[in-house]
Design a protein around this ligand. Structure first.
Ligand code: GLU
Length: 493
């Protein structure tokens, strides 16, 4: 039987790490097995619907390269890709109503006419008696006459949960799991507005869409016995279940916003490469051999198996993710790395950048960046026109502080020695400048610091002579001149 798995997000917010890890594991399993990866939007809870969430779901999938075989068309979610649609639950309301009616007919579900006020009373009463708040099953055995009378009144449809016994299933990650039926409520299947709750819609769709394996976060484990009961009531074979381990923050609490960025698109905007996040997420609860950290997409697909999913929680370690990103950055061909940094630089500079110049900068910075955004601070000054912005104190540094005249004299000498260089390249620049330290009675570090701030506006920048070489004769001299003018102005006050 061909594997069919699904990622079934609810558009109640942007996908975060835990959620997209579920998508990734489903995708990996489908690709490993040569099966189908299906995307289904579970949007029946209209009160929790968040504008823009669907877009964020599609963008997150696309950015991570998780292509799907069936699902809503990302460019127009009112259209479907695949033959088991619609893949958006709000467009399947009729199907759920039909199925709820089937269950009523077969005696597995009933209409409940209890008003919200009555349900509130029941809940309070349970609380007073220190019992878990459950519905008291008032309408479960309503006499026929009363049921007739209530016809047409607002109602919900509830499942007739067995009053005793146990419901069990085999989880491919957690092993055999058993729940006592008396801990389960007569849960709602259809709300009074005719919309289904998650349990009904989820299993009806999994069945009708031919889902063979349900891989989902372990927060859904406690829902599974209800699902097993529903499958039984419909007379359907349930799919296999695998509940993925929880993801914890470094403090061992469940990963949440409190731990910083957790949304996929935030990682994108912070300068992570999708391949790095892919690798990192793939190891949150799965391992190749307990050792290997850098694993490419093809290797994941080749080796992914449900047997190697861990049952114990996975810890989200941001430093490890940053390290991994650095590794992926250094593995990228220079041309590709340049392309990845373009949007970040253009956003900072507010104008299209010279890609040829960027090509020449990349070798100077690639060993030094962990995030694509790091490239902005290390490369923006190459593209700026006109005077750089920095403090004159920064230019002077500690050693020359209070002596702008000496600093000016040093810069003047430098300019004299280098402006006529035959070749404006690393080696001749270095040979011309390095010996000047001794001549000017300055420490090499102080002299280089002065030049660095003059040409880059920063105290930390890529290697100095390479930087000057790439920046070019004209712009380097222009900036040295500007610095000199500043120092002269300062010296004459
Ligand atoms: N809509 C649920 C979610 O938001 C799906 C859970 C499941 O996979 O069954 O994650």
């Amino acid at each position: 039987m061909a594997v069919r798995v699904r990622y079934a997000p609810s558009p109640t917010g942007v996908p975060h790490i835990g959620n997209i890890r579920t998508a990734l594991f489903n995708w990996l399993f489908a690709r490993h097995e040569g099966g189908a990866f299906i995307v289904r939007l579970e949007d029946t809870d209209r009160t929790r619907y968040v504008e823009g969430a669907e877009r964020a779901i599609f963008d997150s999938l696309a950015w991570l390269g998780l292509d799907y075989d069936e699902g809503p068309d990302a460019s127009d979610p009112s259209r479907d890709i695949g033959g088991h649609g619609p893949y958006v639950q709000s467009r399947r309301a009729e199907t759920y109503r039909d199925h709820a009616a089937q269950l009523i007919e077969a005696g597995h579900a009933y209409r409940c006419y209890c008003t919200p006020e009555r349900l509130d009373e029941v809940r309070k009463d349970m609380q007073r008696r220190k019992l878990p708040p459950k519905y008291d099953r008032h309408c479960r055995d309503l006499p026929d006459a009363e049921r007739q009378q209530s016809r047409g009144l607002p109602c919900v449809v509830r499942f007739k949960t067995p009053l005793s016994g146990q419901t069990g299933f085999h989880d491919l990650v957690r092993g055999d799991i058993m729940f006592d039926n008396d801990t389960l409520d007569d849960f709602v299947l259809l709300k009074s507005d005719g919309f289904p709750v998650y349990h009904l819609a989820n299993i009806v769709d999994d069945h009708l869409m031919g889902i063979t394996h349900v891989l989902r976060g372990d927060e859904w484990l406690s829902s599974t016995p209800r699902h097993i009961l529903l499958y039984g009531a419909f007379g359907w074979e349930p799919p296999a279940f695998a509940h993925l381990p929880m993801i914890l923050g470094p403090d061992r609490a469940k990963l949440s916003k409190r731990h910083g960025d957790t949304s996929v698109l935030e990682f994108r905007d912070r300068g992570f490469l999708p391949e790095a996040l892919f690798n990192f997420l793939g190891l949150l609860g799965w391992s190749l051999d307990d050792r290997t950290e850098i694993i490419d997409r093809e290797t994941f697909v080749r080796h992914f198996s449900l047997e190697r999913i861990l049952a114990s929680p996975a810890v989200f370690n941001r430093e490890k993710l940053e390290w991994m990103n650095g590794v992926y950055i250094r593995e990228l061909p220079e041309r590709d790395l340049a392309e990845w940094t373009v949007p970040f630089l253009e956003e900072k500079l507010g104008t299209p950048i010279d890609r040829e110049l960027l090509q020449r900068i990349i070798p100077l910075i690639r060993e030094r960046i962990k995030l694509l955004t790091d490239a902005v601070g290390m490369a923006d000054f190459f593209f700026l026109r006109g005077d750089l912005e920095y403090e004159t104190e920064t230019l002077l540094g500690k050693k020359l502080a209070g002596d702008p005249a000496a600093a000016a004299a040093a810069l003047r000498t430098i300019v004299q020695r280098i402006s006529g260089l035959e070749r404006w390249e690393h080696a001749p620049l270095e040979s011309a400048i390095r010996p000047l330290a001794q001549e000017l009675e300055l420490k090499t570090g102080d002299l280089f610091g002065l030049i660095r701030v003059a040409v880059t506006g920063k105290t930390a920048a890529p290697p100095l002579f390479e930087t000057m070489a790439v920046l070019g004769r004209e712009r380097s001299l222009e900036r040295l001149d500007a610095a000199l003018r500043r120092l002269q102005a300062q010296a004459s006050v």
